[in-house]
Design a binder for this molecule. Structure first.
Ligand SMILES: Cc1cc2nc3c(=O)[nH]c(=O)nc-3n(C[C@H](O)[C@H](O)[C@H](O)COP(=O)(O)OP(=O)(O)OC[C@H]3O[C@@H](n4cnc5c(N)ncnc54)[C@H](O)[C@@H]3O)c2cc1C
Length: 817
């Protein structure tokens, strides 16, 4: 559909939404509900003509995490009411859904999901297989071990629901223009100011890219990185079938990669095959409204056979339709929301991995709030566009990773699961050395990181399960070394920034909640808070000189923290430089670390000369190293920063000396255990932008006397109130069960919170977790002591012990040995 010269576009609009799919229409609908009515949707074709029109229309609530489930649940509530509000039929109904498992591991995954659902008010029911067959008579239950029923799951007409959202938005003032493509976004001084369309320029304060499979290319016109890629997605629709009751629940058989939906007496079966097919890597044609792709039985055939096994009637009926349409998939299988880190005012809502219909309501709600308030209404770090990295936008990478990502939608969501494709994007300078030492790598932000080191003769691959995995013993050896001797961590993937210039102190002292006007050589643990006191980042800031600081943060937070830092430094005379690839970083941690390093340096490492929380330039084995006395594992230790090229030689020297001190390689699984034992928080899990330092037990890292820092007023106000929400440490008293995250926490039988992270402790011989609990009168020590706590794992409640302090070294004395 080419642009018509008769279509007129406005000169300006407050919010310009590009793309009239269900997402763009939902954002417009919710913006107008927030009272922002100067909203324009520009659609190059016809509303719904992108991916939306051909969706199967499943609206399920249960997702892989708490935040995604909350958004999907909101969608069902909205879709239930939308027709009444707008007068536009939506086709929404709630037949419920059934998820089935054909093996015990899948059943555990489904049950763990059911437990998580209780923290989001989603009702689920474990049903026996006879009941499952009663609800879905075509089901073959012969090889099944369990079924979960979610009564309120829905199905909808994607087109009609989108039209209802559009109608609601228009009724409150939004304008929708069809048949006009945006050709280019326009920026000034790092901010989006408008767009060039086929019909002229439109000035806009805010631009939303809800452009589906077209988003990567359009965002690229202003250097915004949205790594997504179109992939083919298939379903079939049968002829009408006997014995199909109207209103039958949707059936999900993840082990068979298929969902089944009843539609006017027919069955629609959709597939998430293990390896997807990328479509049009270089560019998506402008004129693809209502486009379809060719059928491919060679590709779908093996999956269809599994579908026939689960619903044998499929084998005896004719097919009315074989459908293939493109959908936008992302490297980690989760969509992107939020303001682009590269350009102010440019919001993204794209990459829906085949859940765009069910997510649309929630996405519209949170993005409208995000635009209106300039911050999200809840923790959305999982979907935040600031988790993307530049290498992920490369077509070569996407061509390899995206097909795997599509398959993982219905694959087992194993704890500690690692991608197989597009690996080795970023390597530490000692990668080969640690590989030779038996490292088994995991990937974070493209970095290959040693998660564990195989024991003698052990096969260096993961064997996944929900129980203790094959690295359990190996990681225990690593933890033991760090607690009792000394361990070596390759932390080169940590992101490092130099912040230099006469304005560095002023800028950083506003960004940091802790005091950074400290003597040179002092390393400060701090949070970066937002105006609400929520934690945006958790990191260390070291003063190098009057005007020079060194900032170190976790690999996964690199894009996000850099954007926060650059925005905070914008009005100051400061340069920010990412020096991650210049400096390797080694952690030498454990009670023997001092003795080990003393054999390599003449520097005085005593407590008096080199106290905890300080940094010095010292020579280690002939290398000029910045040594920082810091730890994330709760033991005496030093972080060593060394020029990239010298890292292998320093590594060799450390290991030559280290053996006598019991030095062992230690991986990131061990680090996770050790930090949890010591009660150290992990940003993204235990602390997010909706948790304050007071709630997270990090009030000690706030410089309350400092005249001003971002979040100060909110934190001071909160300090006067009872602590109604608080991060607590838990120990699960059943030594066989493991915690990961999002497990419900009960006190005296009442749901009071959920876990934020969990890991096995080799010291406690039990699983430990952190989790927020809530109590209107305050979460106090007395309240904790007076209650009986349980944590629910796969629908079973298990006794747990709660503690405000960490179970291991509660006074944090070992770091000061
Ligand atoms: C076969 C299949 C089955 C599916 N089944 C389900 C399901 O059961 N449940 C579910 O939740 N999800 C499902 N999905 C996924 C769902 O359809 C999508 O996630 C959702 O429609 C995405 O909506 P959107 O608004 O992001 O994208 P789109 O609907 O593609 O909208 C983007 C719009 O942007 C416009 N646009 C792009 N570039 C420009 C430009 N430069 N200028 C102006 N306009 C532009 C396009 O024309 C398009 O209309 C399915 C997808 C497929 C392919």
């Amino acid at each position: 559909m080419a642009s018509s010269p008769d279509v007129k576009v406005p000169d300006r609009t407050q919010v310009l939404i590009i793309g009239g799919g269900i997402i763009g229409c939902s954002v417009a609908y919710h913006l107008t509900r927030r009272g922002i009515s100067d909203v324009t949707i520009i659609e190059q074709g016809v509303v719904t003509g992108g991916t939306t029109w051909h969706a199967a229309g499943l609206v399920s609530q249960l997702k892989a995490s708490h935040s995604l489930t909350r958004l999907a649940t909101y969608s069902t509530r909205l879709f239930e009411e939308l027709e009444d509000e707008t007068g536009q039929a939506t086709g929404y109904r709630s037949p419920g859904s059934i998820s089935v498992a054909a093996d015990t591991e899948r059943w555990e995954e489904i049950l763990r999901g059911a437990s998580m659902a209780t923290t989001c008010d989603v009702d689920t029911e474990v049903i026996d297989l006879d009941r499952a067959k009663e609800l879905f008579p075509l089901l073959n239950t012969d090889d099944l071990v369990g079924a979960l029923y979610i009564p309120r799951d829905g199905v909808t007409s994607p087109v009609d629901t989108t039209l209802a959202l559009a109608k609601g938005a228009k009724a409150r003032g939004a304008q929708i223009i069809e048949g006009v493509a945006v050709e280019k976004l326009v920026t000034e001084n790092g901010k989006v100011v408008g767009v060039d369309t086929e019909q002229g320029y439109i000035e806009a304060e805010t631009v939303v890219l809800s452009t589906g499979i077209w988003t990567r290319q359009l965002a690229g016109t202003i250097g915004v990185n949205v790594p997504l890629q179109a992939c083919e997605h298939f379903y079939i629709v049968t002829e009408p079938l006997d014995g199909v009751p109207r209103g039958m629940p949707t059936l999900r058989d993840p082990g068979g990669y298929t969902y089944f939906k009843e539609e006017a007496g027919k069955i629609m079966a959709g597939f998430f095959e293990p390896r997807g097919k990328v479509w049009n890597l270089d560019a998506i044609p402008r004129d693809f409204s209502f486009g379809t792709l060719p059928e491919d039985w060679d590709h779908v055939g093996p999956i269809f056979e599994k579908a026939v096994h689960r619903v044998p009637a499929l084998g005896d009926v004719g097919l009315q339709l074989f459908f293939n349409g493109p959908e936008a998939f992302t490297p980690d299988g989760v969509y992107y929301l939020g303001m682009a880190p590269e350009v102010d005012g440019c919001f993204v809502a794209a990459g829906f991995n085949s859940v765009g219909i069910q997510s649309a309501g929630g996405v519209g709600w949170v993005l409208a709030d995000w635009i209106a308030d300039r911050h999200p209404p809840m923790d959305l770090s999982l979907v935040d566009i600031r988790r993307a990295f530049p290498f992920q936008g490369e077509p070569d990478y996407l061509a390899k990773r995206i097909p795997e990502g599509l398959g993982l939608l219905y694959a087992m969501h194993w704890p500690f699961h690692q991608y197989e494709s597009a690996r080795n994007q970023r390597l530490s300078p000692i990668h080969d050395h640690i590989a030779a030492a038996g490292a088994v790598f995991g990937e974070v932000a493209g970095w290959e990181r040693p998660n564990w080191f195989g024991l003698d003769g052990q096969e260096l691959v993961y064997q996944y399960s929900y129980g203790k995995q094959n690295w359990f013993e190996a990681s225990g050896v690593e933890c033991h070394a760090v607690r009792n001797a000394v361990g070596f961590f390759d932390q080169s993937c940590f992101v490092k920034f130099r912040v230099e210039g006469p304005g560095a102190l002023d800028a950083l002292n506003v960004i940091c909640a802790n005091e950074v006007d400290v003597p040179s050589g002092k390393a400060v643990y701090t949070q970066w808070c937002n105006d609400r006191g929520g934690i945006e980042a958790d990191l260390t800031v070291t003063r190098i000189s009057e005007t020079d600081y060194f900032v170190v943060t976790a690999a996964a937070s690199g894009t996000r923290d850099e954007a926060w830092l650059r925005r905070g430094c914008r009005d100051h005379e400061v340069t920010v430089t990412d020096v991650t690839d210049e400096l390797a970083m080694f952690g030498v941690m454990g009670p023997n670390s001092r003795a080990l390093l003393a054999g390599l340096t003449t520097a005085d490492l005593s407590n008096d000369a080199f106290p905890f929380g300080t940094a010095q330039h010292i020579e280690v084995a002939g290398h000029d190293v910045r040594a920082m006395r810091m730890t994330y594992v709760g033991e005496l230790g030093w972080e060593l920063y060394v020029p990239w090229a010298e890292a292998p030689a320093l590594y060799d020297a450390i290991f030559e000396t280290g053996e006598a001190h019991g030095l062992k390689h230690s991986g990131y699984h061990a680090m996770n255990t050790l930090r949890l034992e010591s009660g150290y928080r992990h940003w993204g899990h235990d602390i997010t932008d909706e948790d304050t330092p007071l709630e997270a037990g990090l009030g000690f890292a706030v410089a309350w006397d400092k005249a001003s820092f971002t979040g100060r007023e909110a934190l001071l106000a909160q300090r006067e109130l009872p602590r109604t929400k608080r991060l607590i440490q838990f120990r699960l008293e059943d030594p066989e069960r493991l915690l990961y995250h999002d497990e419900p926490i009960y006190r005296d039988g009442e749901l009071v919170g959920r876990t934020s992270s969990g890991m096995w402790s080799y010291v406690e011989d039990r699983c430990l977790a952190l989790g927020y609990v809530n109590h209107a009168d305050g979460v106090t020590r007395d309240w904790l002591d007076a209650g009986i706590f349980e944590i629910e794992v796969a629908t079973e409640r298990i006794a747990a012990t709660a503690s405000i302090r960490s179970f291991y070294d509660p006074r944090n004395e070992r770091v000061r040995l």
